[in-house]
Design a protein around this ligand. Structure first.
Ligand SMILES: Cc1cc2nc3c(=O)[nH]c(=O)nc-3n(C[C@H](O)[C@H](O)[C@H](O)COP(=O)(O)O)c2cc1C
Length: 449
């Protein structure tokens, strides 16, 4: 699958491109928004791992899409970037941002609901896990402005749909949205936000990024899609929104008000306990007439791909000074990464390990391998550890450094470690891999009855 030269700039482009690459499966039989959509998504993620478009969903005003950016090459397909080039290209895009432009035409405002808005009626009621507190928006990008500087931020924030104009949003500092809200609250004011569902793919990637507080994800998204985001003013809050999005939920985060939110089946594959979180008063829901809703399974392939890709970019920024980096992956989960290098001396893996472990506070385990290992296949990574690592000298343990900070599990995320699974320079001849030249041409269907 090779990516088209031009980036796609809308959620619909993304769906069309996945469809064209046979990376999208359509579900025509009616499905239940409560549990069934996500159960099918989880099964898809663990098997074929393609995007899904549920065309008829009960309790939903329209279709629901899931598992779209579920592989890094699908992000490349969306943004017109091929293979491992995606990391240096996105890294370069961060330093060539493009500011959004204001347009007149707003498909996302074809339907505008302000009077009597009801989040339990006007949005799909997707329930993810049996013990969740209820339906949640999980693929909502909260767009807000820094009350002090006016800088725009975009981030994913799970939001529990209570009913009427009432929702609860998870947004804690040090996350930038949480910092904005804390500033607004200190001034006794609500924080206006617009939550975008079905966003341009570059904005989906930017909303998971680690860019600094004083930079705008909207500008970075423009850099990544090599064209400015096209925006229109929201209807009830002073925030601009992407004109070509599918749904926008407008509202304000109330100051000095918290309510118990959760439980919720989180990205670590466990439930987070109910806890006080912020309250969102919804002032409007706008959407396309035939809007496609987007739902994301926390910890599913799409969530991990988006968060993982941004961690890979952060790691690349820090390790590239120490060795020739061929690729970086985050297989399994996002508390670690695998870096493949074209090694020039035996000191490089250690330098790369240390730099990668320092790239993000959540980074707990890093494995460095040679460039003949497919780092997107966990079997290959384990193979490299089994056959090439030297525990006597190639294991690095950094005690007394925390990683994932969630209070209830913090005690197990203490310390970091790295594994050098590269071949020692003076033993290279003993580790040359076999090859099976005919394999690429073989179609198993020609052999199996
Ligand atoms: C699908 C998805 C859901 C997320 N949900 C939340 C959330 O509910 N609360 C939160 O603080 N972060 C959440 N995150 C992580 C943030 O959106 C992400 O870390 C982002 O980069 C924050 O960036 P910022 O601090 O620049 O705003 C989620 C990420 C994804 C991909």
């Amino acid at each position: 699958m090779s990516a088209p030269a031009e980036p796609g700039t809308s959620f619909r482009d993304l769906i069309d491109r996945l469809d064209g690459a046979k990376a999208l499966a359509r579900v025509t039989r009616p499905v239940d928004a409560r549990l069934e959509v996500i159960a099918v998504t989880r099964k898809m993620h663990l098997t074929e791992n393609r995007g899904l478009l549920f065309q008829t969903v009960k309790d939903s005003p329209g279709p629901v899409a899931t598992n779209l950016l579920c592989r890094r090459d699908y992000v490349g397909l969306a943004l017109g970037i091929d293979g491992p080039d995606i990391l240096p290209v996105l890294e370069a895009g961060e330093i060539t941002p493009q500011k959004p432009i204001k347009v007149r035409d707003a498909p996302v405002q074809e339907v505008v609901i302000t009077d009597g808005v009801d989040v339990a009626r006007d949005l799909p009621q997707v329930v993810h896990c049996p013990e969740d507190a209820g339906p949640y928006i999980t693929a909502g990008i909260a767009i807000a402005r820094d009350p002090k500087t006016g800088t725009y931020n975009a981030s994913w924030n799970r939001t529990q749909l209570v009913g009427g104009d009432h929702a609860r949003i998870r947004m804690m500092p040090p996350q930038h949205l949480g910092q904005y809200q804390a500033s607004a609250e200190a001034a006794g004011k609500p924080l206006p936000i617009a939550m975008v569902v079905g966003a341009p793919p570059a904005l989906m990637v930017a909303a998971s990024s680690k860019i600094p507080l004083d930079a705008s994800e909207l500008d970075v998204a423009g850099g990544w899609q090599r064209a400015p985001l096209e925006m229109v003013p929201a209807v009830t809050v002073p925030v601009m929104v992407p004109a070509n999005a599918e749904y926008v939920i407008e509202g304000e985060v109330l100051p000095d008000k918290r309510e118990i939110e959760g439980p919720f089946g989180e990205f670590t594959d466990t439930y987070v306990d109910p806890a006080p979180n912020h309250v969102l008063r919804v002032t409007a829901i706008t959407r396309r007439r035939d809007a496609i809703y987007h739902a994301m399974l926390a910890g599913g392939a799409e969530d991990i791909t988006l968060l993982g890709l941004n961690l890979q970019i952060e790691v690349l920024k820090r390790v590239k000074a120490f060795a020739h980096i061929t690729d970086i992956s985050t297989p399994g989960h996002i508390f670690g990464c695998v870096v493949s290098i074209k090694k020039a001396n035996d000191e490089q893996p250690r330098a790369v390990l240390m730099a990668a472990l320092a790239a993000h506070s959540w980074m707990k385990v890093v494995v460095v391998v040679d460039d003949d290992v497919n780092i997107h296949d966990l079997r290959e990574v384990m193979w490299a550890i089994h056959t090439r690592s030297t525990p006597d000298t190639g294991l690095y343990h950094l005690p007394r450094m925390g990683s994932f900070p969630r209070a209830d599990v913090r005690a197990v995320h203490k310390g970091k470690f790295g594994i050098d699974a590269t071949v020692p320079m003076d033993m290279r001849d003993a580790f040359v891999r076999r090859s099976f030249p005919q394999m690429d041409e073989i179609d198993l269907n020609d052999y199996i009855d």
